[in-house]
Design a protein around this ligand. Structure first.
Ligand SMILES: NC(=O)c1ccc[n+]([C@@H]2O[C@H](COP(=O)([O-])OP(=O)(O)OC[C@H]3O[C@@H](n4cnc5c(N)ncnc54)[C@H](OP(=O)(O)O)[C@@H]3O)[C@@H](O)[C@H]2O)c1
Length: 172
């Protein structure tokens, strides 16, 4: 039995990842902020697919939330075989219309959280010679689309560089 941890697992693309991974027989760890939505989804995935569905409420724009997910990914007693870094959002408004606090929040979720969670997961996977990380970017990474596109361009470059450095380690 393998375990997949999905961030932003309760809506949109992350929910689709969670449904597909559960349907394929993976136990899942669901990460998002809204505990009620997390519990509802965990119940649905458990009842429909018979997998274990764990809930981890965490705000990935906050130190405490990132640290909690890092700790879960690093726990040797409960290995995570697949990490999907999906949580993300776009601020409404053009450059200079968005507050610096909101810009930094987006960068924390798209860049700092992705860096730290990928690092925690990949270090554990490398030790086990097995595992996979999926980082969700956007087509906006390849066109000029303000700070959102810039943060997703970071995700693409970071992921390609990490994949190259981890080649042959068993972690893809
Ligand atoms: N939708 C698109 O057209 C599109 C296109 C290209 C790329 N993307 C990328 O795909 C990813 C998913 O997008 P989506 O449109 O599917 O998102 P969505 O439907 O808005 O769902 C976002 C998910 O992330 C969680 N989330 C949001 N902020 C969070 C935070 N600070 N900490 C932890 N969890 C958080 C939400 O749950 P809570 O609110 O409960 O935390 C929810 O589960 C994002 O990275 C996005 O940039 C989306």
């Amino acid at each position: 039995m393998t375990t997949a941890l999905i961030t932003g697992a309760t809506a949109g693309i992350g929910a689709a990842f969670a449904r597909r991974l559960a349907a394929d027989g993976h136990d899942v760890v669901l990460v998002a902020r809204d505990v009620k939505r997390l519990r509802e989804q965990a119940t649905e995935l458990h009842d429909r697919h018979g997998v274990e569905a764990e809930v981890l409420a965490a705000d990935l724009s906050e130190e405490e939330g990132i640290a909690a997910v890092e700790a879960r990914l690093s726990d040797p007693k409960r290995p995570v075989d697949i990490l999907v870094n999906n949580a993300g959002f776009a601020n409404k408004g053009r450059f200079l219309d968005v507050s610096m606090a909101d810009e930094l929040k987006m960068l924390t979720v798209h860049c700092e959280a992705v860096l730290r969670l990928t690092s925690a997961a990949a270090a554990a996977m490398k030790g086990r010679h097995r595992g996979a990380v999926v980082n969700v970017a956007s087509v906006a990474a390849f066109v000029p689309r303000g700070t959102y596109g810039a943060s997703k361009a970071w995700v693409v470059q970071f992921t390609q560089g990490a994949a190259r450095d981890l080649a042959g380690s068993g972690c893809v």
